[in-house]
Write a protein that binds this ligand. Sequence first.
Ligand code: ADP
Ligand code: MG
Length: 725
Amino acid sequence: MSGNESRRQAIANITNSYPKQGETPDPLSKIWATDVFNLATMEEALSKNAFKAMKKTVLTGAALDPGTADIVAAAMKDWAMAKGAKFFSHIFYPMTNVTAEKHDGFIVTNSEGGAITEFTGSLLIKGEPDGSSFPNGSLRMTNAARGYTAWDPTSPAYIMRTANGTTLTIPSVFMSWTGESLDKKIPLLRSNTAMDKAARKVLSLMGETEIAPLNSSCGAEQEYFLVDENFANSRPDLLLAGRTLFGAAPAKGQQFDDHYFGAIPVRVQVFMQDFEDKLYRLGIPAKTHHNEVAPGQFEIAPYFEAANVAADHQQLLMTLMKATAKEHGFLCLLHEKPFAGVNGSGKHVNWSVGNATQGNLLDPGNTPHDNLNFLLFCGAVIRGVHLYGPLLRAAIASAANDHRLGANEAPPAILSVYLGEQLESVFEDIKAGKLLEKAKSGGVMDLGLSQILKFERDPGDRNRTSPFAFTGNRFEFRAVGSSQSVSGPLVAMNTMLADSLNWIADRLEQTLASGADQATAVISVLKELMELHSNVIFGGDGYSTQWHKEAVEVRGLKNIPTTADALPALKDKSVISLFETTDVLSPVELESRFEVYAEQYILSIELEAKLVCEMASTIIYPAAVNYISQLSTASSGLANTGITLDDSVVESTATEANAMMAEVKKLSTALEKHDFGSIEAHMDYCAEALCTLMLAVRSHADALESIVSDELWPLPKYREMLFIK
Ligand code: ADP
Ligand code: MG
């Protein structure tokens, strides 16, 4: 097919085929968590004693004895086989943002040639994939390349379905033979432990006697684009890089604000309903869905869960979303910036910490005592973001997310904290010493913070330009990218909180020991904290140029625009020490993360650069040449008629085409450079030289798109990909 024939065919296919009819939907009660081996399933399947042991493990992470593991494995196998499973798989979360799995059959043959099935406790607990092809960073050099997976009983096993069968899937950690984490799950579990330990110290000092295990919670809002596959399949850039590397702006973009919260297109709703039924079967509590700001962009947000489970569910959600979209003829784009000129996609990570005895510690609560606990935990977050802002920025750094941050559609690349007017003024009063006077006078200090809950929950009052915002009973980290695992941000948040709570515990202990009463001690510790860290609190417009200036020049905060600038934070002494003292990541494990993420950044920019050269030379240039030849033929056809065509069209086509090819030559030459001296220098080169040249090629290509005859244009256009469903 030549020219726009494939585009016309695509439009015809879409017009004639959709929406697809589904089956009659099942009620929620019939499908909820039916494919999950959760506590309710276990209670039915296990003996009383085995269930008791298992429940303790699930709720507290306590080790399981081998005997019980055998019993659980047998029950799990029977349950899965009754659902048609012939295979099981340990699913794990390597340092990339995707998941990995190796499948093994339950089958073993006996001497008579018959097939029996086997699944022991040790098979459940430990798997041995060949880890050598996963990115391991420096750990590849220092240790045997092979890694092993180990069951994480705190995240339930489940059934994955295809049209032809089911697989028992077991969430697992992934580590080297010498015990180093090669994955995103181990640090998350460790960061929870560190937070729990530190929070306990603070709560004990606050006089709490019964303290249940603390856990962090996460509710992630996932944005995504849907593009019809008929279009996507003719866009090598969407298929290989997940975003358009070319494409002129359509006459209509998002300027009418008519997509956000608009009526969801029927075909998209059919997809969402199918997808959400699958999530429900897997026990993932899909809660809201709606159109997002850009045309073709949508959001889904499950209800929040314990961070470890939420992180696994988030990965599963992304995998399932792509697979289900395909069944509905869509390519689901999780890339942070698939289309220039319209909003990109993020993933707001809502985060809180709490337990069964004290509740949510980021909830102001109803009593003055609850208020004090709340202020301490809130203060700990403020200190954490101030001290470790660059770490938070590094935790969300990727080539793709760089397109959003600082582009006035997502929070800026400066980490600040938004508290809301009321809470900010409480902290300002603390800093100014006003509350210390009050506390010393001994009266009951009702700060009226329970009001915050009601007030701040109104979305109309929220500051959407802040990367890190308090939203009434949790913080919302808004700068996370749509394709990213939530684990990295959660690890950074839990760990910085642990560090701050440790600091607070030390100060509190000293102050209490010197004879201060509890309220006075809390307020004086918080006063000191505010004197050191209040610079990070900002309630104004995060998009304004004035803030960019003030943040850096007056407040000493860092503006970190690219991944090349951000990742070196992982080598910073304070960050190494943060992770080492909290036992979340050893220096070697942290170093390996720097290397893996840096390598991924370089690989993705280089892939895009190669693709830009290839598409410009083999798809766009030929279209321009065809157009020139069409125009020239037409011109010659008019010879001797006295009619002439406007030469300027041929001229501008030729000028843009030649200029584009000149930039392509520069870019391919730039890609040949190999001697960088350091991985940091290599990243800088990608961020500066390669990205700039890619944009130069694109500007001429996009100019051509608006000159060349629509009939000859080979790539599906923005207006088609964004608006035709
Ligand atoms: P909005 O778009 O207004 O921010 P959404 O309802 O789309 O709100 O998403 C809010 C997310 O925050 C949901 O996943 C919700 O379950 C989650 N959430 C609510 N309370 C908490 C909490 N205490 N801790 C963590 N996440 C929470
Ligand atoms: Mg939100």
